[in-house]
Design a protein around this ligand. Structure first.
Ligand SMILES: Nc1ncnc2c1ncn2[C@@H]1O[C@H](COP(=O)(O)OP(=O)(O)OP(=O)(O)O)[C@@H](O)[C@H]1O
Ligand SMILES: [Mg+2]
Length: 242
């Protein structure tokens, strides 16, 4: 579905992505993990058309989309939920959700898209008329994800959705990610909460210095001794030490 090959990108003279190669397969959850500042957000912003790649390619269903404007990318069904939620605190939940339907693709289907997100997140239906700023952190994150879903994504990209949330809210967000996948939406998630991300990921990539250092199924990486040591802070098990 999305195929990224030898992608390079950065900010002015600062190169951040040094030849990133990965695939996002239809119907799967793909997770990208890595330490602070390795380029995870830069990768999502480059796919979204917010940063122009300096080299390599991004293809969507076989069509080169690298460097296209962000509106085109959204019209193709590739939608980013950026880090930090960014709801309009003084607008109602419903109004915040409606703003997700700014693309031509979604505008005609607003009523059915709202129904779809209210079915996924009944709490948002209950709070429909409440102001965005009065929701709890977890509910605001649900609302931000739901706004992305109103845009009719084929691929929904989530940047650090569990950041700053209480454990119970994180668990709910991850239940929601599985429920979204079960409706047929492909997900690309970037996470600092690595054990959660790997537990839901069909496929995961570890990024170091703007390149893929390791990849595998979520389960393989969760059991990988290097991943455990570096990212999960666990001592290697005896078999691994042999
Ligand atoms: N607007 C910008 N201008 C210049 N440099 C930037 C800009 N945004 C990010 N960078 C730099 O690019 C590098 C990669 O940043 P990026 O935000 O992609 O990392 P990340 O993997 O998402 O990290 P985090 O886990 O902190 O979210 C960092 O060194 C960062 O300082
Ligand atoms: Mg980031």
């Amino acid at each position: 579905m999305l195929s990224i090959r030898d992608l390079t990108a950065g900010y002015g003279d600062t190169q951040v992505l040094f030849g990133t190669t990965l695939d996002v397969r239809p119907g799967e959850v793909t997770a990208i993990i890595g330490s602070n500042g390795v380029g995870k957000t830069t990768l999502l912003r480059t796919i979204s058309g917010l940063i122009k790649p300096t080299g390599g390619s991004i293809t969507h269903n076989g069509v080169e989309i690298g460097g296209r404007p962000s509106d085109d990318i959204v019209e193709r069904g590739i939608v980013l939920v950026p880090e930090g939620r960014r709801l309009f605190p003084r607008m109602s939940v419903r109004r915040n959700l409606e703003l997700g339907a700014y693309s031509k693709r979604a505008r005609k289907h607003l009523a059915e898209r709202l129904q779809y997100v209210f079915d996924l997140f009944p709490i948002l239906k209950e709070r429909e008329q409440q102001l965005g700023g009065t929701l709890s952190g977890g509910q605001q994150q649900m609302c931000a994800i739901a706004r992305g879903l109103v845009a009719m994504p084929e691929v929904l990209m989530l940047d650090e959705v569990s950041l700053g949330l209480a454990p119970v809210a994180i668990a709910r967000v991850y239940e929601a990610i599985k429920a979204i996948r079960d409706t047929g939406v492909t997900l690309l998630i970037v996470e600092q909460n690595i054990s959660q991300a790997l537990s839901v990921a069909d496929r995961a990539y570890v990024i170091q210095h703007g390149r893929v250092a390791m990849s595998g199924t979520g389960r393989e990486l969760a059991q990988n001794a290097d991943v455990k040591r570096v990212y999960l802070g666990l001592a290697p098990q005896r078999e691994d030490a042999k």
